[in-house]
Design a binder for this molecule. Sequence first.
Ligand code: NAP
Length: 279
Amino acid sequence: MIVDVKNIVKERKIKLKEKVENLKVNGITPKLVVIFASDDPASEIYVSKKRNMCGEIGIEEEEFLLDKNVTTDEITSIIHKLNEDVSVHGILVQLPLYKHLNENKILESIDPYKDVDGLHPLNLGRLLSNKEGLISCTPRGIMTIINDLGVDINGKNAVVVGRSVLVGKPIAHLLLNGGATITLCHSKTNNLKEHTLKADILVVAVGKAKLITADMVKEGSTVIDVGINRIEGKIVGDVDTEAVKDIAKFITPVPGGVGLTTVLSLLENVTEVASKSLK
Ligand code: NAP
């Protein structure tokens, strides 16, 4: 079955909106600040999606649109000011940055408690040690889908294809923390199919259209397709959805799948940070 992610997101948006309204009654308006220092056209689309969903939910959003001459130090000094600003609950640096910028230095300058993209080493470390922290948005969104479907993780074989810091590594740790036995595959993995065929839960985050074909998927499994590929003007995932949908119990679509929960998770993170300022 192809998962109706739109519906999952619709229901969670209603709950999130209620939380935001409740915070506003208590004098707190959750606020996200986006730093945009990039000429990547896809990133512009992602930022506009974030802006629109903030508007829908009632979260305040501000953007710093920085031109090509901006330096790493100028960005970190903006971030330091935002770190000190109590009206700001979430700071997000849209990646990829202009090539000349020092991504690590910029990400590490964010206050870990406002790091709503969950990419600060402190938050990644907390995830590794199974402690509470801000979880990066795509992995958090994947867990939202898995939990909403009622898929049991404990004791299951979970295979993640792709080992990026943004998706593959954090989702592998979330599944591990949930009690799954994990296999983390990447471009150097020999005989990928041998691994994917054992997966009760298969997460694919590579960026290669139709990398996962029907013969690589276990009957009755849950397949989460994270990939975004533009083929002949169409957006497709990493999994051959049409062929796999009759083998897997659940498969997420692309478009209209994980991407929707990624934006939702960002706003859930912002709202959770704002909620903490109530205490
Ligand atoms: P990435 O940083 O480029 O990482 C890709 C990973 O795939 C790497 O670990 C790479 O292995 C591995 N890989 C490459 N070819 C492979 C192969 N033939 N077999 C097995 N593994 C292979 O990408 P990313 O940032 O994780 O993103 C992955 C995909 O998800 C992209 O299409 C991206 O657009 C999409 N994405 C979607 C969302 C969303 O919200 N829907 C969010 C983030 C990303 P090595 O490490 O060995 O190079």
